[in-house]
Ligand binder design. Sequence first.
Ligand SMILES: *Cc1c(COP(=O)(O)O)cnc(C)c1O
Length: 379
Amino acid sequence: MKSLDAFAEEKLAKLEAQSLKRALRPTARYAGAHVERDGRRLISFSCNDYLGLAQDERLIAAGQAALARYGAGAAASRLVTGDHPLLSELEAKLAAFKKAEAAVVFGSGYLANVGIVPALAEASDLVLLDSLCHSCMAAGARLSGARVLRFKHNDMSDLRHILEAQRSRFRRVLILTERVFSMDGDRAPEVELLALAALFDAWTLIDDAHGIGVITPEAYAPLEMGTLSKALGSYGGYVCASAPVADLLRNQARSFVYSTGLPPASVAAAIEALKIVEAEPERCARPLALARRLTRALNLPEAQSTIVPFIVGDAARALALSQTLETQGFLVVAIRPPTVPDGTARLRIAVSAAHSEADVDALSAALKEAAPDLLERAP
Ligand SMILES: *Cc1c(COP(=O)(O)O)cnc(C)c1O
């Protein structure tokens, strides 16, 4: 189709002109935060494998055993024949970990959010979204058909104003936020937010994608979702909730009902990861300590999580800086709009338990050399 190709080419040319075109770069991952690209070994500061568990031999062995015993795929939705017994073991572990009554495992974190929100909110309801919420929370909110309003990032007085002005006009209100914001690494004021929600009889869903395993929550929300694919080193999504809410989601979250269950190997690996998280608190504390080592060295605001944003501003410069670091053996991917707001292109540095102190020190030295002007600007 000529018009279809022309449509695609025109859109791509526009992205290219703005330094916003993205491209896949085949990247093999190995132990010790090492990756291989274009035949070169690099130390990755761009993986979300915060505990180094994706390469852990215990997860690999658990996955291999499940693969050999149960096969490669789940073969159906969980409500048909895809509800492998390993899933209830994983859900029991997740619920216990989050001090919740129940957990529901989804195909991915993205699928969890686009399923949960529409199952809980509809046209007569209001969904309030932190302005920096992940794309899949916004997608879930839009899909629900509810009125969607954004509050200023982590701004509880803005949230309060919106609730004061809007609460009485809607039957139900659902507030969406993240425990750790994926591109900024800062944390939601969860205690304050939950108190505000209670005051206005609003429900809260916290996306814990970047928290589980590496950040200790100050408080748990009635709805806690996340992914098995970051610190837990496997694949899949989940939500923890009360028993009736979990049961409702199993019935009404479309991305749960109409999508195939996780492969048994992913489930087995996630179970093993949760066992390791419980047994090895030193491992779980390590990435945050390393992130703080990095922010101290660069004189940046103290890291609140394993994610350190190095704000560059201009998208083309962020790309160039990323390329400079790559020639020095570091993989630090540039994050550009629309993933982050215009004018805030950045290097998103993700620190892992698999890094050594020397890895972190080498990266901070390279950044000081490559972008001294950006560091002077830092507080
Ligand atoms: C990665 C991420 C997700 C999606 O999880 P997947 O399992 O990768 O689909 C959801 N929310 C946030 C905040 C994330 O960073």
